[in-house]
Design a protein around this ligand. Structure first.
Ligand code: GLC
Length: 453
């Protein structure tokens, strides 16, 4: 991604572990901070409209990301073209070999629904420049190449058939288009290229009915001015008044997009962590670094805890089939979500976060204690809850759980030795008011620094 006009490679070189990096750091920090334009002061009407558009998304919490394109034929990660230095004229040949079976997206959508995911976001064009959708702008698109049909259309129909919301990923960076790099230094090329990109966005926003999410990606080598991003978003909202857009066209958009990490945005700002299930977005046949269902469930809980969403990726093979490991993982997550969805969907930002056994989510006055390491018996407790507990139960079975609460802790009693649910067991802890945990309470109280009522 460009950091204000310098190339990705130069940027990485500059921030690298060279001696010069220290001296350059303040300057680069300034560059990095201004990389996304500061959102202008927003009116109450603009804020209210965003709330309206984003309501379903905040409630949904869990989505499926899909990376699919010519790179799926190679099976060596979606950056293969760039990383292996494959010239565009060579790479293009893959377009004829891309021959997915009809309606493969139906299996993705079914799997997403089973996994408890409420929306999908599919690559309509990745950095390689190949358009999975029908476009007037180029022959380098699915209907005019190997697939012989519009893959985005199939995807949209499949998602809708399963009752899922529809998102479009779209990469601004384009390694195939002749103006894709020279637009940075040649104004005529920039104009042509921006027209090309805006036309794609217009086609995507016009030809597929209601689109719920527009997910821009890598804006190298231009800035918001160069991309004419304000004009781009204006067109998007004119064509799709209910849509939400992310922040990767160098404008703040509606939500932030931490990648491969979970990090809440500043207060009041929506965010979504996108993550792979192994280490690759596009299909990579040799990548065996799969996360366990437990890691996925824990990540989802962490996102919900901080008021964020979790967008979890699959990288289908060229024929459209989903790697078996991804199917297994998502099925296991789905089984957990069947019983535990209530502790994830429509949850609120949750303040309590301190336990070595588990993690927390919250809906109103109900605290969900997700136990990752099940101790059984009378050994499960957490410290510092400052809100009175009314009742506790196991979410998976509804069974009541005895507990004792004093100024120091809540301790749950007589729990089964074997964890009642897998991979994580959730306790429903109903509180009198919004649950709050005070981290230092126990130690301060011991030293007589707090008056306990
Ligand atoms: C990065 C990568 C890209 C991937 C995306 C997902 O920007 O360049 O391959 O699609 O992250 O967030």
């Amino acid at each position: 991604m460009s950091k204000n006009g310098i190339s990705r490679r130069d940027y990485l070189k500059l921030i690298g572990a060279s001696a010069g990096a220290v001296a350059l750091a303040p300057h680069l920090n300034a560059l990095a901070q201004s990389a996304v334009d500061k959102p202008p002061q927003e009116s109450a009407a603009v804020i209210a409209d965003r709330e309206r558009r984003m309501k379903w998304w905040h409630e949904a919490k869990f989505g499926m990301f899909i990376h699919w394109g010519l790179y799926s034929v190679l099976g060596r990660h979606e950056w293969a073209m760039e990383m292996e230095g494959i010239p565009a004229t060579e790479y293009e040949k893959l377009a004829k070999q891309f021959n997915p079976r009809p309606n493969a997206a139906r299996d993705w959508a079914r799997l997403a629904r089973r996994a408890g995911q409420k929306y999908m976001v599919m690559t309509t064009k990745h950095h390689e420049g190949f358009c999975n959708f029908d476009t007037k702008t180029t022959n380098y698109c699915a209907p005019k190449q190997g697939p012989g049909r519009d893959l985005v259309r199939e995807y949209v129909d499949a998602a809708r058939a399963e009752g899922l919301r529809v998102g479009f990923y779209y990469s601004l960076m384009d390694w195939h288009h002749p103006d894709g790099a020279r637009c940075a230094t040649d104004e005529a090329a920039r104009k042509r290229f921006v027209e090309y990109i805006h036309t794609h966005i217009r086609e995507l926003m016009t030809n597929y009915g209601k689109v719920d999410v527009l997910w821009y990606d890598v804006s190298w080598p231009l800035d918001a001015k160069g991309w004419e991003s304000e004009r781009m978003n204006k067109m998007v909202f004119e064509l799709q008044p209910d849509i939400i857009v992310n922040n990767r066209n160098k404008l703040a958009g509606d939500f932030s997009t931490p990648e491969q990490r979970i990090e809440a945005a500043e207060a009041g700002r929506a965010w979504e962590s996108c993550m792979t299930m192994n280490d690759s977005w596009g299909y990579q046949r040799a990548d065996d670094a799969w996360k366990t269902p437990k890691q996925i469930v824990r990540n989802l809980i962490t996102c919900a805890h901080g008021g964020g969403n979790y967008l979890l990726n699959i990288g289908p093979k060229a024929d459209g089939s989903i790697p078996a490991e991804s199917v297994q993982i998502l099925n296991a997550v789905g089984q957990w979500m069947d019983k535990n969805g209530r502790s994830v969907y429509i949850t609120d930002i949750c303040q309590p976060n301190r336990s070595r056994n588990g993690s927390f989510t919250r809906r109103g006055n109900t605290l969900y204690f997700h136990v990752h390491f099940w101790p059984g018996g009378d050994n499960l407790a957490f410290a510092g809850l400052r809100t009175k507990v009314k009742q506790a139960s196991l979410l998976a079975t509804g069974q009541r759980v005895e507990f004792e609460q004093d100024d120091y802790h809540v301790r749950f009693k007589g729990l089964p030795v074997k964890a009642p649910d897998s991979p994580v067991t959730t306790l429903v802890v109903e509180c009198e008011s919004e649950p709050k945990q005070e981290e230092l309470f126990v130690r301060r109280r011991e030293r007589g620094q707090v008056n306990v009522s």
